[in-house]
Design a protein around this ligand. Structure first.
Ligand SMILES: NC(=O)c1ccc[n+]([C@@H]2O[C@H](COP(=O)([O-])OP(=O)(O)OC[C@H]3O[C@@H](n4cnc5c(N)ncnc54)[C@H](O)[C@@H]3O)[C@@H](O)[C@H]2O)c1
Ligand SMILES: [Zn+2]
Ligand SMILES: [Zn+2]
Length: 376
């Protein structure tokens, strides 16, 4: 089968790989019809992770079940399914608690598995014609009859819609509150959108990409351009002294408008932008080690973080991988009943063959490249 394979920093190629197949009785095989490129793929694409050369990327997957293992009870051939990016077993202590982003049964050294992801097991990605889905009864979200009509909405349930929602959950967004979101990439836009679904009174989105800020405004948020500094003061002014809640949707490759990386900038800006006793949710990825980071400290995964300021303000900070299964069923209902339309961020639908060009343009943050769906 054809698949998009990581070849090394800034190099990916569509090539023939061994067919995905049922390996255990609890697996199903899915023919992929939509698979997104994610900001997380860019960390790997840029060579800023331990991603091994030769692995297939792709963790935002949706398709049709074409084969089921002997031990599968619930899933049928022909089902249209969206797969959470997390691979979870359903029976470990963390999965039992709903923390499927930290599954203890996956083939990874640390808790948490994902398709086509560095440090999260050896599962192949879904930017390919077919995908093997482990523990399929647990992992597959079976979609309703409008699955194909709303495919571009439902595929956002694999990651970014639940992840954006998770940021608002970690931050504790309640009706009537103000929220500041750092990052207007797909995840930040979904955090802003989720804040509105949760009844926020005011949603501010910070970035320096004009096209993404425009999209945030189109979705009903207030865009804050951080190109020339002064954004924190602007936020304090607009929220009368600080937003109730803040979401970090950028991660360890945060940078200024000139592209200089400042990994600590968004966390420190959040501490400054959120009111005393407010909540901060961090879904942007941070790593325990990053050889490409700008300073000795940050190369060890440590941030010069304004801990004293945060403590003084009595803020709470929560973070981590999104537990997609904790939200995807409810968010699917919102899509099904026309209460949510996350596909508003999609800018490109392309065949798998065009994936290398799409990676290049999305990585360069070329104007207008907000979210790419590959259609193998
Ligand atoms: N926790 C999870 O489960 C989870 C899931 C998906 C993605 N992620 C992570 O979320 C992050 C965002 O993902 P994405 O797909 O939106 O990525 P993206 O790279 O497309 O978007 C990031 C945005 O942040 C902006 N940005 C950079 N530095 C900034 C700064 N200092 N202040 C404000 N904005 C800044 C960029 O201009 C860009 O628009 C990534 O780190 C990704 O790995 C985490
Ligand atoms: Zn993703
Ligand atoms: Zn588990």
């Amino acid at each position: 089968m054809k698949a998009l394979v990581y070849r090394g920093p800034k190099s990916v190629a569509v090539q023939d790989v061994p067919d995905a197949r049922i390996e255990r009785p609890t697996d199903v095989l899915v023919r992929i019809t939509s698979t997104n490129i994610c900001g997380s793929d860019l960390h790997m694409y840029e060579g800023r992770t331990t991603m091994e050369e030769g692995r297939t990327l792709g963790h935002e997957n949706l398709g049709e079940v074409v084969e089921v293992g002997d031990g599968v009870d619930r899933i049928r051939v022909g089902d249209r399914v969206c797969l959470p990016f997390n691979v979870g077993c359903g029976f470990c202590a963390n999965c039992e608690r709903g923390q499927t982003g930290f599954c203890l049964s996956v083939d990874s050294d640390t808790p948490g598995g994902a398709y086509g992801f560095a440090e999260m097991g050896t599962y192949a990605g879904g930017q390919a014609e077919y995908l093997r889905v482990p523990w399929a009864d647990f992992n597959c979200l079976v979609l309703p009859e409008d699955a194909q009509e709303k495919e571009n909405d439902y595929v956002m349930l694999a990651d970014i819609f639940p992840t954006g929602y998770h940021a608002t959950e970690l931050a504790g967004v309640s009706p009537g509150e103000s929220v500041v979101v750092y990052g207007a990439g797909p995840v930040g836009l979904m955090a802003a959108y989720s804040s509105m679904l949760r009844g926020a009174s005011q949603v501010l989105v910070v970035d320096h990409q004009p096209d993404r800020l425009r999209l945030a405004e189109k979705a009903g948020a207030t865009a804050i351009d951080d190109s020339d500094g002064g954004h924190v003061e602007k936020i304090l002014e607009l929220t009368s002294g600080g937003a109730d809640r803040g979401c970090e949707c950028v991660g360890y490759q945060a940078h200024d408008a000139d592209g200089h990386e400042t990994p600590e900038s968004t966390m420190n800006d959040l501490v400054a932008s959120v009111r005393a006793t407010g909540g901060i949710g961090v879904v942007g990825v941070f790593l325990p080690q990053d050889d490409g980071a700008p300073t000795e400290l940050t190369r060890q995964g440590k941030l010069p973080f304004d801990f004293g300021q945060m403590w003084f303000k009595g803020q709470s900070v929560r973070n981590g991988q999104a537990n997609v299964k904790a939200y995807n069923r409810q968010l699917a209902e919102l899509i099904h009943h026309d209460r949510a339309k996350p596909s508003f961020i999609v800018s490109h639908e392309l065949p798998l063959d065009k994936a290398p060009e799409a990676y290049r343009s999305f990585d360069d943050r070329d104007a207008g490249w907000t979210k790419v769906i590959l259609k193998p």
